[in-house]
Design a protein around this ligand. Sequence first.
Ligand SMILES: Cc1cc2nc3c(=O)[nH]c(=O)nc-3n(C[C@H](O)[C@H](O)[C@H](O)COP(=O)(O)OP(=O)(O)OC[C@H]3O[C@@H](n4cnc5c(N)ncnc54)[C@H](O)[C@@H]3O)c2cc1C
Length: 504
Amino acid sequence: MKYDHLVIGAGVSGISTALLLARFGGRVALLEQAARPAPLIDGFVRNGVYFEAGFHYAGGLEAGGVLDRHLRLLGVADDLQRVAFDPQAYDTVIQPDSGLNFSFPQGYDALCRRLQQQFPKQSRAVADYLERLRHTAGTLPYFNSHEAISPLDLAALHDCSLQQVFTELGIGGNLRTLLQVHCLLYGARPAEIPFAIHAGVVDGYYRSASTFKGGGRSLVKAFSLALKRFGVDLFCGCRVTGIDLTAADNIAGVSCADGRQFAAANYISSLHPQAMLKLVPDKAFRPVYRRRLNALAETTSGDIVFLRCQRPAGMRAEGLCESHLLAGHNYFFLPPSSADILDLTLSPQERLLYLNFAGSGGFSEGRDCGITAILPALPKSAADNEALPRQLYAEKKAMIGELVCGRIAKLLPELAGLQVECVATTKTLRRINLSPRGSLYGVKHMVGQFNPVPRTRLADFYLTGQAVAAPGLLGAITSALLAVAEIVGPDQLQKLRSEVACDV
Ligand SMILES: Cc1cc2nc3c(=O)[nH]c(=O)nc-3n(C[C@H](O)[C@H](O)[C@H](O)COP(=O)(O)OP(=O)(O)OC[C@H]3O[C@@H](n4cnc5c(N)ncnc54)[C@H](O)[C@@H]3O)c2cc1C
């Protein structure tokens, strides 16, 4: 059967693209190599404890927030229940050597007040920075339902870096350290990240930080239900091995590893751009385009340690949300004050360490708690892991697990009975998100690097995925909006966005 649209890859971006195209009445096929949709954001259960994988928390999920509106547009919001993180302290940043200890409260006003209290001499700079951030995020086309999605104005996005804004506003010392801690959410340093992209990611978190009841797994369930409801044909276990061209350079169809073939009027790839290039014949694109995509820099990589922790009797710890005891709470343990916070050449003992307690609901339900710990790493170490014989690789994973477990036990001594359940390395990331160097978020968004846009030289072939707009749930869905705007036309998409906004 010939489809109207065929989407390759059922991650957040591919699913969002398929759902939107189906809402416009198209017959849509969605092909995913994994056995289930959205494998990256799906959590998993080990020995009765739930762990998050590629989703820990999101910003902008408050009623009317940017992500809330996106999820309504996709038709999944009603199947999800938002669970707010600790309003007073969703992200706690601790730098053991300097004594820096700061918790981000939810909401711009509360954040402004707390930062100004802690940094009275930079009070003006705090206000100016937050105002600039809020204003910049508000000018991004996908933030306002009343503004049509237009092709990304790359030149405007790449106007200046986060670091330039810090320098311009005279932000230094510990304040600068704190304001760059969310670099981990997109895997680029302050000197690299365009301020507009930083603002687009961080603005949502500054407004509200939340997860879903049931974590990333519940999001996958909501997506699956919506795919059924909108009649999208989802084919899991279906790895696309080639995109075939006609003599006139149109797409003839796609071939899959199991021998199946599919044809459609339009094709949309949500894969890492370099993985996509491997599927198309050389003649599809000009050499300069291929070179550009092959040269795109990768985001930070990471080793991820999944730990079980027993609920300590009568547990109390300063700064923790008492009602949930660690649920709705992240920690960022920073490297020594002399180091750059995303310095990946530091030893694993010193490197930034991120802890998330959200997915399992912390200890709130009286069960053991699943902790996800991320230790960022250089993307190249994926290749190192790949080369290791099986036994040495297993030993390396065990060593990372022990090291991270030991660090957490020292940093949060009130946690009891910490136990490593499993470890994912840069090699795992390489397998899951097919970034050639095992990065956390695939292609980096950075000043001077022009990431691919949805439209390609082939009239019936479009790109989506986190490489296009930004990483994260918001970035991946935004990329889908941009691709769909190209296919159905910005006015049609705008009409749908306005209708959904009016329904809320
Ligand atoms: C450890 C970690 C923590 C994260 N935490 C958060 C968080 O807290 N909040 C947040 O918002 N974001 C978070 N993210 C980022 C977020 O998960 C991603 O940005 C987002 O899921 C990317 O979606 P995507 O659709 O662009 O890519 P992907 O999910 O990589 O989708 C691509 C899909 O294509 C499939 N595929 C690949 N090749 C083929 C082929 N040949 N044929 C068929 N299918 C194929 C893949 O299996 C995959 O499912 C995190 C990521 C990681 C790694």
